[in-house]
Design a protein around this ligand. Sequence first.
Ligand code: MN
Ligand code: MN
Length: 467
Amino acid sequence: MAKKSEGKKLSEELLSNRKNGILCVEEETVSECDGYCEDYKKFLNLCKTEREAVKYAEAAAKKKGYKPFKAGQKLKAGDKVYRVNRGKAILLAHIGKKGVKEGVRLAAAHIDSPRLDLKQHPLFESEEAAYFKTHYYGGIKKYQWGTIPLALHGVIVKADGSTVDVCVGEKDDDPVFCVTDLLPHLAQEQMKRAAGEIIKGEELNILIGSRPFKDDEASDRVKLNIMRLLNEKYGIREDDLISAELEAVPAFKARDIGFDRSMIGSYGHDDRVCAYTALTAQLSLSETPDITAVTVLTDKEETGSDGNTGLRSAYLKYFIEDLAEAMGEKGRDVLSRSKCLSADVNAALDPTFPDVTEKRNCAYINYGVVVTKFTGARGKSGTSDASAEFVGEIRRLMDNNKIVWQTGELGRVDLGGGGTVAAYIANLDVDTIDVGVPVLCMHAPYEIVSKLDVYMAYKAFEAFFKG
Ligand code: MN
Ligand code: MN
């Protein structure tokens, strides 16, 4: 073999050497990634809304021996408890050998995704077709939501206070719904609009029916016929839609992408990919961890985390304070000693649109789980910026556990940027850093992740909880 040159030896010793993760792991690990992702795809298909993700997490936790955390309850090492916040967020704790004296290890992911929410008076008829009016939820490119099959998920609270669950468009023989768009032949004026207005907010109307009720007298007979069907199926009247949360989401299922099946295309990877990996890591702890492991799956991240199911509210703080009280500690001490992985996706470099990223500092698919020291935009505004010490600790954790990982920032400086829940948790005096999976087409109805990166996120959360 030819002798390595001095320069080659020195560069191997001193210079950073980023490599595709597939080149860094054994074939066996690649198979583990693929196996793990089969269950992840099932989760994606079952859980398209925050409420469905909470139900899934609660059922999975119960199977692993988690019990509802009751007020005034005392806790000891090995106990597993959970709390559901209004059906839209869930907190789980596995009490460690050291209790909460040294804080907790917290993973925080969100389970809401961009979508179209129905308005309070959604139902209308126009030119003998029936529609639902919507207000989009989260940051979307509105034109992407036209001419794709949509399913409707959510709840309706009736006048008597009873609740009906709605899920239409997921079974193979269910009908689906659709936002219509113009044919190109007649779109010359529309195509002159700015891209953000190709389909305007008030044009995101969902087509839901076209057959009139057979009656000569009534007006809006298509609308009436739809209301008749809804009444038959759910026992509701039009006014019941005022107290409803109905969410239109893409009706398609998660599928493998590529001849090599290396990626998954699905609605809602952001941020169910981190919710699922954090949850399964928490539930897979077969032994009592040293430090208490906590996972929170939260709502409302996509609209800024406000509201009582979002992480700007006090519900996480109250949960930690209750854990502290149950173990004779002060809540604020537990928070100050805690560490958090703010588990959220990051943008992967898209080779078709490379200009929006800075190649040395962006994330790549198949390069593993992404560690993001800071988020924010225009002078890091709105960031929590993890300390060098905490980044160092996470770096050691990743390397010691042979996790394929990379760093990544959300886009190049002064272009855009965005935030996560990290700042709200860091504001509670918790050491916090963003860790998550790189995504292509983020916030589109169909997002893409790599299986290796998904599995490495799971391994990262597992290592974090084990300490
Ligand atoms: Mn997110
Ligand atoms: Mn998002």
